[in-house]
Write a protein that binds this ligand. Structure first.
Ligand code: AMP
Ligand code: ZN
Length: 465
């Protein structure tokens, strides 16, 4: 196994990675806000999280990985404006927020299972950690980082001069970029809510030292990370949109309490675009995994599509791209099958080199596109050998594309020219009608087109000449 290197947003360079605590890597990933279906952009970020997990395990490490489920506290904007996303959907759908959260959490978990995204060891719901969040805010207040206004408890970012260390945005720039301030009681426009006081009619609220209320969004990740992973852990992940607000605020909270950020490595997945533009639930141009399935794709076709791009590159979603991913995955599986049980003797040096290159690629900041290309090179090796098959399956522990899957006849057919399928149908009908001359003529025509037919007890099969 090569030395692991990851691009660390905090240091803006690739850093060598070693866990803090022996052989166990402790990771925190920002999870979904469960007020709607996850779209394929969100899921791209979790595929990246999964590739990180699998690569670390490939490197021999054990994992302690926490992902939160935001079921309270995320307002309609990433800042402190608007309604709580959960409460808003609950009101619109005339359900309780807990019903909404339970439903969308269930769908999310099913989606990630279908994409072969492993579930983190600990999945923590915000609503089950309200006390930890209150304790965190009380402690921050005790250290002088918080102040109270008529609508909540806010973090005083001017007490934290290093604010902006992740995104490189200075406090002055934050001030200049801030929109017209809605809350005039805030000392600085970038001060953010740690706790909000709830009006009577607010659906989700809890008792606190500041009366009934609910937590700000950012505090959940700081509080749950601390609870499960301790004061300092290895890696924090999320999408790039989290860098300037959510993660900056998490760092401000943890630094306020402990004097240092919780995570040493901050890894961020780039966005998925649609038509080269922004994709978001609010713009209505998103797709869910169920919608891709309805269009005839397998969830793993989408995984393959994502694996073709590095996690730090933007990825433009198109259906042409999906078609090509679907086809490539099928061809790759077919090529892999040819090695299964084959008795050829693979060139040991060539195999060794391919394996070493694969390991080097994944360890170099998760260069999965390169690793996938190397698996193609393995599959294409002239000599068919079971040793190659086994090596590919080892690589598939990371890619997780079910490369051992046998492509079914039906799937083969899907790719065939509709004219050929129509001719096969016609021939079957002609045979049924005992019109053997026509059946033979069609068989001859198909042969000219390069298609060989074989009548079997389970129906007609065909292959290319
Ligand atoms: P949310 O449920 O909105 O908090 O988002 C869940 C995850 O998806 C977060 O890590 C976001 O950074 C990420 N995300 C949101 N939109 C996209 C996108 N278009 N492409 C990739 N990741 C995204
Ligand atoms: Zn978070």
């Amino acid at each position: 196994m090569n030395e692991l290197k990851f691009f660390n947003t905090l240091t803006r360079k690739k850093d060598d990675f070693k866990p803090l605590d022996g052989n166990t890597v402790r990771i925190y990933s920002c999870g979904p806000t469960v007020y709607n279906y996850a779209h394929i952009g969100n899921l791209r970020t979790y595929i990246f999280m999964d590739l990180l997990r699998r690569t670390l395990r490939f490197g021999g490490y054990d994992l302690k990985h926490v992902m939160n489920i935001t079921d309270v506290g995320h307002l309609v904007s990433d800042g402190d404006e608007g309604e709580d996303k959960m409460a808003k959907t609950a009101r619109e759908q005339k359900k309780t927020p807990l019903e909404i959260a339970a439903y969308y959490t269930g769908v999310f978990l099913k989606d990630i299972d279908r994409l072969h995204i492993e579930r983190p060891e600990i999945i923590a719901k915000a609503t089950e950690h309200i006390q930890e969040m209150i304790d965190f805010v009380v402690a921050l207040d005790g250290k002088g980082y918080a102040y109270e206004t008529s609508d909540g408890i806010y973090y005083d970012i001017e007490k934290f001069p290093r604010y902006g260390m992740l995104s490189g945005i200075s406090l002055e720039d934050q001030q200049a970029g801030a929109r017209v301030e809605v809350n005039s009681e805030k000392k600085h426009p970038a001060d953010f809510a740690l706790w909000k006081k709830a009006p009577k009619e607010h659906i989700m609220q809890w008792e606190s030292p500041w009366g009934m209320g609910y937590p700000g969004w950012h505090i959940e990740c700081s509080a749950m990370g601390l609870k499960y992973l301790g004061e300092e852990f290895d890696i924090h992940t999320g999408g790039v949109d989290h860098i300037p607000i959510h993660h900056e605020n998490e760092i401000a909270q943890t630094c306020g309490l402990l004097g240092h950020p919780a995570a040493r490595f901050w890894l961020h997945g780039e966005f998925m675009l649609v038509n080269n533009g922004k994709m978001s639930k609010s713009l209505g141009n998103t797709y869910t995994i169920d919608q891709l399935i309805e269009k005839g794709y397998d969830p793993l076709d989408f995984r393959y599509f994502c694996l073709n791009a590095h996690y730090r590159s933007k990825l433009n979603f198109t259906f042409e791209g999906m078609d090509s991913a679907k086809k490539s995955l099928k061809n790759l599986r077919n090529a892999v099958q040819k090695h299964k049980g084959a008795e050829g003797k693979a060139d040991a040096d060539v195999l060794k080199k391919l394996e070493a290159d694969f390991s080097e690629a994944v360890c170099d900041d998760l260069n999965i596109p390169k690793a996938l290309g190397l698996v193609w090179n393995m599959a294409r090796l002239e000599t068919k050998s079971d040793e190659v098959y086994r090596l590919i399956l080892k690589c598939d522990d990371i890619l997780s594309l079910s490369l051992d899957k046998v492509v079914e006849e039906k799937e083969e057919e899907a790719d065939v020219d509709p004219e050929i399928l129509a001719l096969i149908e016609q021939r079957t009908a002609a045979k049924k009608a005992k019109n053997y001359a026509e059946a033979d003529a069609i068989r001859a025509k198909l042969l000219e087109m390069g298609i060989l037919l074989e009548d079997t007890p389970s129906g007609v099969k065909f292959r290319r000449k």
